[in-house]
Design a protein around this ligand. Structure first.
Ligand code: G16
Length: 541
């Protein structure tokens, strides 16, 4: 039944920040998915192994799952555990990989990128620890795609992925499992579900916008069915192949329905949104937006209030562009802190080694050592647990936090779909100026350091260079610039802006106002408009 198909290398199959992401028609092109899947199996080995498979339900998810299953069988895999309907949120997939002690998993998702016949698709491999493959492994996969001459696939009917239970495909076992139940059980071990039930029973109101993506079934089961939140608390709760035309990126720009409700009259107590594959989260209080960097800091300061973290935290890690708010909490708690490049894969070693318990990124990702991915619903439940214990509003918790630690005003400005050569030219020119910047005064602020961030992994010693230009000022203000590694169209320039206010005055400014001099400095230093033609960002978070 095994067919060996002759193929040729296809250019550009290089995984980015999180797996291989391309336009859906590219992924559906002749041999495209097959080549990349064969490269995965060639690098990690499939014979006799067990894998997890699932995706966020976007267009082509179901067909891609059948291809990957047939190729797993042809490459000798012993067993694949698949989410029903080929659906698994990214954190749920990470959990299943760990729970079943498997040899890793394949996740089909382009995360926060839109889905549909003309939008985006993606595939990534997660390791036996449940985390995204590190650069050494993704690089080996890319190398393999450049030399492939054939792939192996079983000729067979489709596996019935709609029915939970065991089937076989060739000699391989296929176990179709409920995507939600194991994940929900894990959440019950971490959070005080009776206290959360009492919170909702006491009239606490929340809105969860699942953005027609994978989190819907998880959020309905946990928030509405298990915790007693009012029916209808979760909106856009049915995952759709094109996410109902929504851009499932939980930030103020794309989750504007939620923002409007939370800033309006009669807003609920708490609001949250999640992304395509359920690993990102945005948190909003009544009348107040919580920046992801602040969210990480508040969670770090209060995690001990949830049963799963009652013993305290080993340490906290954040990606370099994320604000230093979490560092201030780590220092106050006397625990370790780490600064990694952008990409959840860089947290894996720290979590495995027990050096950190909590991790987070400015890109709306927070998570802990319970899995090896960021986890949107987990963050929402931790916030709820904190709210249930502290019996305060989100606004009160934030203002007490800033009063204690000071406030790291923070914003990210994204300039999207820039011609790649223009974006590259701007970054190259900026890099060339770095050595001369220290000592210069810009917008009244003195530059104290400027470099291109390089990271040495403290566990395995691997080095990742050129991870983002950073310009640091004497007053702790900071500009970071890098090009996104998750886009599929041109280049996306990300400009990360930060300014610290120690308080007690000046803690309640609008972040864009507080950051105005830093924003002007960023545009000037990078000659942003001159190089890119852009004047205003497309997305502000
Ligand atoms: C991925 C990574 C994150 C990263 C984000 C943005 O998230 O897992 O670690 O912060 O992309 O990356 P970039 O700035 O390169 O676009 P997701 O949710 O897309 O998997």
């Amino acid at each position: 039944m095994i067919t060996t198909v002759a193929t040729k290398p296809i250019a550009g199959q290089k995984p980015g920040t999180s797996g291989l992401r391309k336009k859906t028609p590219v992924f559906m092109g002749r041999h495209y998915l097959e080549n990349f899947t064969q490269a995965i199996f060639d690098v990690v080995g499939a014979a006799g192994k067990t894998f997890v498979l699932g995706g966020d339900g976007r267009y082509f998810n179901d067909r891609a799952a059948q291809v990957i299953l047939r190729m797993a069988a042809a490459n000798g895999a012993a067993r694949v555990i698949v989410g029903q309907g080929a659906i698994l949120s990214t954190p749920a997939a990470s959990h299943l990989i760990r729970l079943n002690k498997t040899d890793g998993g394949i996740i089909m998702s382009a995360s926060h990128n839109p889905g549909g016949p003309e939008e985006d698709f993606g595939v990534k491999f997660n390791m036996p620890n449940g985390g995204p493959a590190p650069e050494s492994v993704t690089e080996a996969m890319f190398q393999r795609t450049t030399e492939l001459t054939e792939y192996r696939i079983v000729e067979a009917q489709d596996v019935d992925l709609n029915t939970v239970g065991r089937q076989t495909l060739g000699g391989m076992i296929v176990d179709v499992v409920d995507p939600v139940s194991d994940y929900a059980a894990l959440m019950e071990t971490l959070f005080d579900f009776p206290a959360l039930r009492a919170l909702f029973a006491g009239g606490f109101r929340m809105r969860m916008d699942a953005m027609c993506a994978v989190t819907g079934p998880y959020a309905v089961e946990i928030l509405e069915n298990r915790l007693g939140a009012a029916k209808g608390t979760v909106t856009h709760e049915t995952p759709l192949p094109d996410f109902g035309g929504m851009h499932p990126d939980p930030n103020p720009t794309w989750a504007h329905e939620l923002m409007a409700e939370m800033m309006g009259d009669n807003a609920p107590d708490f609001g949250a949104a999640s992304d395509g594959d359920g690993d990102r989260n945005m948190v909003v209080g009544r009348g107040i937006y919580v920046s992801p960097s602040d969210s990480l800091a508040v969670l770090a300061a209060n995690a001990h209030l949830a049963p799963g973290y009652a013993r305290g935290l080993a340490g906290v890690a954040r990606s370099m562009p994320t604000s230093a708010a979490a560092d201030r909490v780590a220092d106050a708690l006397g625990i370790a802190k780490f600064e990694t490049p952008t990409g959840w894969k860089f947290f894996g070693n720290l979590l495995d080694a027990g050096k950190v318990t909590l991790c987070g990124e400015e890109s709306f990702g927070t998570g802990s050592d319970h899995v090896r991915e960021k986890d949107g619903l987990w963050a929402v439940l931790l916030w709820l647990n904190i709210l249930a214990v502290r019996k305060q509003s989100v606004a009160q918790i934030l203002s007490e936090h800033w009063a204690k630690y000071g406030r790291n005003y923070y914003s990210r400005h994204d300039f999207e779909a820039i011609a790649t050569d223009k974006a590259d030219a701007m970054i190259t020119a900026l890099r060339a100026t770095l050595a001369d910047l220290p000592g210069q005064v810009v917008e009244g602020m003195t530059i104290t350091a400027a470099d291109d961030f390089a990271y040495t992994d403290p566990v395995d010693g691997s080095v990742s260079a050129r991870q983002g230009v950073r310009i640091i000022f004497a007053d702790s203000s900071r500009i970071v610039m890098r090009l996104s590694g998750t886009g599929t169209e041109g280049a996306t320039l990300r400009v990360y802006l930060e300014r610290y206010a120690a308080g007690p005055d000046g803690l309640d400014l609008d972040p864009q106002e507080a950051l105005a001099p830093v924003i002007r400095a960023a545009h000037g230093l990078a000659r942003l408009t001159e190089f890119t033609g852009c004047t205003a960002p497309d997305v502000v978070t």
